[in-house]
Design a binder for this molecule. Structure first.
Ligand code: CTP
Ligand code: MG
Length: 235
């Protein structure tokens, strides 16, 4: 079986920028001595099962640190075809990959956010092993631990929602190339790949991960990610 990674990195980090006042897209903010995006790319490049790692940039991206990335080796491939939504960036990337590699419809593609820098090789290998050859693919996710409240329009509790069976979706999310492209064409409004697959009536496998695979959205997340990465390096 062949596995490719696809890392959408064409976002502008607007929620981070609004709070930090920094115009640099969040994937390029310094984190533990490197641009944030380099951490996830390094993990994916270091995973033996993954053949190549495609990163999708905005066409007008002027921040991509090519020199710092050159040391990641020949698996890393840059595509400048990002779209105006994450789903479009992923769909454009899937098409561009096929343009470079040829017939890859049955190959697996692991889509991973540039903004999840604490991914480990062990997490990727666990996902690949747990999903196996399941047609519906799968994703890393975390069972919801907190009690959930639905609010009314005034910021008061309207209802307590049972957390039974609820998971927070993470990435990587892995699907066969052709199925994922068909699903994203069918449901382009989704916020993750699994949702697109679900619209086809399929049920992707949930593979338990943990909170360390957090997505960096706000400034405090960046501090948490730095703590996780530095703590791991020391242990
Ligand atoms: N992404 C992308 N193309 C877009 C929007 C997002 O490739 N048009 C990527 C981001 O670069 C990120 C991932 O999708 O790696 C997850 O998106 P998110 O965390 O929402 O990042 P941003 O969209 O950049 O942040 P925000 O929503 O705060 O603007
Ligand atoms: Mg976004």
């Amino acid at each position: 079986m062949t596995y490719h990674a696809l890392v959408p990195a064409a976002g502008s980090g607007s929620r981070m920028g609004a709070l930090s006042g920094c115009a640099l897209p969040k994937q390029y903010l310094p984190l533990a001595g490197q641009p944030m995006i380099r951490h996830a790319l390094a993990t994916l490049c270091a995973t033996p099962a993954i053949m190549d790692v495609f990163v999708v940039l905005a066409p007008d991206d002027i921040h991509w640190p090519a020199a710092a990335m050159a040391t990641l080796g020949p698996k890393l491939r840059v595509l400048r075809c990002g779209g105006d939504t994450r789903a479009r960036s992923v769909a454009n990337g899937l098409r561009a990959m096929a343009g470079e590699l040829g017939e890859i419809g049955n190959d697996w593609v692991l889509v991973h956010d540039a903004a999840r820098p604490c991914l480990t090789v062990a997490m990727v290998e666990n996902l690949i092993a747990e999903v196996g050859e399941e047609d519906a693919g799968g994703l890393l996710a975390m069972p919801v631990a907190d009690t959930l409240k639905r609010s009314d329009d005034n910021g008061r509790v309207r209802q307590t929602v049972s957390r039974d069976g609820l998971w927070q979706a993470q990435t990587p999310q892995m699907f066969r190339h052709r199925l994922l492209l068909d699903a994203l064409d069918f449901a382009p409004q989704v916020t993750d790949e699994a949702s697109a697959i679900e619209t086809l009536g399929l049920s992707p496998r949930l593979v338990a991960a943990d909170v360390s695979n957090l997505k960096v959205t706000y400034p405090l997340d960046l501090q948490l990610a730095a703590w996780i990465l530095q703590n791991r390096e020391q242990s």
